[in-house]
Design a protein around this ligand. Sequence first.
Ligand SMILES: NC(=O)c1ccc[n+]([C@@H]2O[C@H](COP(=O)([O-])OP(=O)(O)OC[C@H]3O[C@@H](n4cnc5c(N)ncnc54)[C@H](OP(=O)(O)O)[C@@H]3O)[C@@H](O)[C@H]2O)c1
Length: 335
Amino acid sequence: MVKVGVIGAGGYTGLELIKMLINHPEFELSYLATTAGDSMIEQLHPSFAGVVSMSVEKADANSVIKHCELVFLALPHQASMGFAKEILDKGVKVVDLSADYRLELDTYEKTYCKHEDKAHLDDAVYALIEYYREDLKKTKLAAGPGCYPTATLLGILPFIPYIDTSAPLFVDAKSGVSGAGKKLSETAHFVTINDNIFAYNPLKHRHAPEIAEKIEKIHHVKMNVNFVPHLIPATRGELISIYATLKEDIDPLEILKKHYAHDKFIRIRENPVDIKSTAGTHFCDIYAAKNGNGLFVNSAIDNLLRGASSQALAAANLMCGFDEGMGIPTIAYMP
Ligand SMILES: NC(=O)c1ccc[n+]([C@@H]2O[C@H](COP(=O)([O-])OP(=O)(O)OC[C@H]3O[C@@H](n4cnc5c(N)ncnc54)[C@H](OP(=O)(O)O)[C@@H]3O)[C@@H](O)[C@H]2O)c1
């Protein structure tokens, strides 16, 4: 068994990681931590009562080194790199769910803040599993992609060779409120979001540069990404609608089926997708259609799982030589 830990055990993605790790056949959950510590996991998450009982410590790099061979950092950006830089050189593998190791230095510093662990940035592998599987098998540091970039990139990447990349790409995204994490805010307030839907940070959300950078890295083409996220009155789930201009006459569903023929967690759908069919799972469902040279790509994920924790677990599986799908949830929360 490989000993693993979770720092940020009190948050939403931390909770999802723990739920999968307690039943994982090859990982032994041996360390849980929060900023304050001195608690039990069933106190932090009462849904664990009668299921799992484990102490939660005050997060400390030396304890991680003592207890873990791999650690998940379910922390905000900046907090993650503070831990990662101390842990990595001691031989502990790191899967970071924050933005700290996702981007090139320049993109990161323009979008987030000054980077405090430049030494490890080049070692990080972007954990968009279907595109970086082989690199993940060799790395000690996996950088979990953003939730919106995960669903957007999985949808649009197969089409980049067939679209006019000089035209703007329009990405309309909708997310459940858990995408913003556990802490309360005016926008996540029940009265604000109930019976409501609204755009936030249109055209200047932090995930736009991430999407553009990864399209450029994978397809060597710069695109003008116009990304508009919306908040919807749902707990979890993300639905992406992408609009692009085709430069070739293609069958969009055939392109998708061929591209993802060997990827068991990508489901190509014959009809528009919905968030509920992926909620509780690692699947990304994708549909596409065209009207003349107009292309519509539609993808759906569970932001907390494929958009964060199950993608992090799939990366950890690969980093430790296990099957990518080990311990990964596949049954959706239906009805
Ligand atoms: N939610 C999503 O759908 C999603 C998707 C993809 C990626 N992510 C990324 O995953 C990371 C965790 O997200 P989350 O949704 O789990 O967030 P969350 O619910 O807010 O949990 C984050 C946890 O980090 C802990 N923490 C430790 N140091 C902190 C600090 N300096 N400032 C604030 N909190 C600190 C907080 O609790 P304590 O201080 O008590 O330990 C909190 O429980 C973030 O980087 C987020 O961007 C989230």
